[in-house]
Design a binder for this molecule. Sequence first.
Ligand code: SF4
Length: 371
Amino acid sequence: MMTIDSTTKAFFRDQLYAWAEANLRPLPWKNEPDPYLIWLSEIILQQTRVEQGAPYYEKFKSRFPTVHDLARAPEDEVLKLWQGLGYYSRARNLHQTAQYIVREHGGNFPVTYEQIRALKGVGSYTAAAIASFAFQMPYAVLDGNVSRVLSRFFGIATPIDSQSGKQLFQELATQLLDQRSPGKFNQRIMDFGATHCMPKQPRCGNCPMQSQCVAFATQQTQNLPVKHKKLKKTTRHFHYLILQCQEETIIRKRTGEDIWRHLFEFPLVEFSAAGATFQEIQTKASSLQAILQPDNLVRAQLAGSAKQQLTHQTILASFWELEIRQIEPELLPADLICINWKNLDKFAFPRIIDWYLKDNSLNLFSQLQVN
Ligand code: SF4
C-alpha cells in the first residue's frame, strides 16, 4: 500500500480548497441536504454530462419532490420524463428503488453506507457520494475524474479500470479525504477533475497542484491515466417500419436484455450489415406479414435515416413509412399496439425515434396533416 505523508496531504487539501474558492460550480444539487435528492442527482449524472443532466434533475425534482411521489408514479411516466438521457436501466432502477425505500424503509432514505450501497443501481461511488454529501460520513468518492487527478498528481500508471488500480486509487482517495468535511472534499476533488485537470487539455499552466504534480514534472499528463480496456464497438442497422392507416399506427414496447428496454418503438427489423432492400426488410418482418400483403400496402418510402452513438454501439436507423389500407388488430401479434398517431407523445421513445417524430419534414403523418 502506498502511504501519503502528512505534508503532501496538507498541500493537496489546501491547494484544492483554495482552487475551489475561486472556481465554485453552481450546480442545482450542490449543498442539497436531502439524501433522496442527492441520490436522484447522482443517478441522473451516471454516464451523463452535468450540462445535460441538470434540466432532468430539475424536472424530476419538480414532478417527484419526495421518494413517495416517485414510488407511486407509473413506470412509463418515469421513462417518459427520462427520455433523451439514455441508459434507461438507470430510470427503471431509480423507480424500483424508490418503491423499495417506501416498502422496506417506510419512505425514509437509508442512513448507513451498507444500506445505501445495497440499493439497486448504487455502486460504491454513488454510495460514497450520498453518504458523504448527506450524512458527512467519511467515504471517499472515486469516479473517473478523481482517478485521473490522482493518477497524474502521483504519477501512477496502474490502469484506473483494473482491479488493482481501483483498489490503489480508492486507498489514495481515502487517505487524502478531509475527515472533518468529507462531503465538501469529495465535491471539490470531483469539480477539480471535471473542470481543471481535464482528460484532454488539463490546465497545468495555472494549476495550484503544479509544483508537486508528478505527471507535470515528468511530462506525462497526456499519457496518464492509463486505461486497460478498449471497448469493442459494434454497428447495428435498424429499419423502423412506420405504418400509417388513417390516423393509426403501430408501436411496441422493447423487452429483453438489450438497449432501450421498456421504451417504445415502431416495428423494427434489424440487419447486421448495411444495404438491405425494402423487399428483404419486408420478408424479415415476420410479425407484420398479414398487414404487409401487396393488396394492403398502398405505398412504401424511405423517409430518412439517422445515427445514434451509444457507448458500445453505433445505431444506424432507417425510417420506412408504409401507407396501409387497413390494420386488423386481431391479426397483430400480442406485443404490437395499435394507437392513434396523436397519442404518440404519451410514450417514451429512444432519442433516435424522437428525432424522426420531431422532424415534420420527414414523417408521413405530418405531411398528411393528421398530427
Ligand atoms: S498540473 Fe496538470 S496534470 Fe497536474 S494536477 Fe494540475 S492540471 Fe492536473
